[in-house]
Design a binder for this molecule. Structure first.
Ligand SMILES: Nc1nc2c(ncn2[C@@H]2O[C@H](COP(=O)(O)OP(=O)(O)OP(=O)(O)O)[C@@H](O)[C@H]2O)c(=O)[nH]1
Ligand SMILES: [Mg+2]
Length: 255
């Protein structure tokens, strides 16, 4: 086999996107439409980490999701419908969430968002994967670790993505991956490094989404109402993981 042919076979061609459309924004779980089981791929992470930019990069659209230098741009639970694949028969939803760790909103609003997102992430049956985004320059912060543990404890499949790696050297990327794997108790191979500027990591991210969709969904039990100790949600064993990250918590380094 020629070297050229071998390299073409090895590097997958970018996933073909047929349509990528904004569908709706829901203020809370109750207002989220029923998409008849269409799998939801949910973006979580601190404010300004690059969640909306990731959606634009993955869908090869410049302005599908609203991005901004000002943290706190994304409000509500935003649904984007994507039709992709060889023949355009595959469909998924990207769900863009407000970022946590943004201190400049009122206490009341922070608490409202914490409750809305906890309910959505804890109870929505059609979530197939939570894509947890972490700024590659800073590594996981305490609220990222808290979110990671909460998601895993509640039976969510989680894919960690390190963002903004175009701002890092190769050496810095390797260090950031190692630190992330250590703090989130995963392996470096399981961490995707991504740049929404250069689209580095896009093929790997799509491969991951496709293999998640090809695998059976994890068995899912919606979390019980907050504060209902009879349901086990706030049982003593759950204590360490029962706390959902606060929205306005000041950023702290975990390392
Ligand atoms: N250099 C670089 N900049 C990025 C990357 N991803 C996002 N940004 C920039 O980071 C800023 C925040 O990006 P957003 O995608 O709006 O972040 P977000 O996580 O959706 O933020 P919130 O909606 O506030 O939670 C914007 O100025 C983006 O252009 C990246 O991979 N590389
Ligand atoms: Mg956003």
């Amino acid at each position: 086999m020629s070297i050229l042919l071998a390299s073409i076979l090895e590097s997958p061609s970018p996933v073909k996107i047929f349509t990528a459309d904004y569908i709706t924004s829901a203020p809370s779980l109750k207002e989220c439409p029923d998409f008849q089981g269409t799998p939801e791929m949910v973006l979580v992470g601190r404010s300004n980490v690059g969640k909306s930019s990731f959606i634009n990069s993955m869908t090869q659209r410049k302005n599908l999701a609203r991005t901004s230098n000002t943290p706190g741009k994304t409000r509500y639970i935003n649904f984007y419908s994507i039709v992709y694949g060889k023949s355009g028969s595959d469909k998924l939803l990207f769900v863009d969430l407000p970022g946590y760790g943004y201190a400049k909103i009122s206490k009341a609003e922070q608490e409202k968002w914490r409750q809305n997102l906890e309910a959505y992430l804890g109870k929505r049956a059609s979530i197939r994967l939570v894509i947890q985004m972490i700024d590659g320059r800073h590594g996981p912060q305490n609220n990222d670790i808290q979110m990671h543990e909460w998601l895993q404890f509640h039976g969510r499949r989680v894919q960690v993505v390190l963002t903004k790696i175009d701002k890092l050297s190769k050496n810095e990327i390797a260090k950031s991956v190692a630190q992330t794997a250590r703090l989130l108790d995963t392996t470096p191979e399981d961490v995707i490094t991504y740049s929404a500027e250069t689209h580095l990591g896009r093929d790997k991210a799509w491969q991951t989404l496709q293999s998640v969709l090809a695998a059976p969904a994890l068995p899912f039990e919606p979390v019980a109402e907050e504060g209902n100790e009879d349901e086990g949600y706030l049982s003593p064993e759950a204590g360490d993981y029962g706390a959902f990250p606060e929205f306005g918590k000041p950023l702290q380094s975990a390392d």
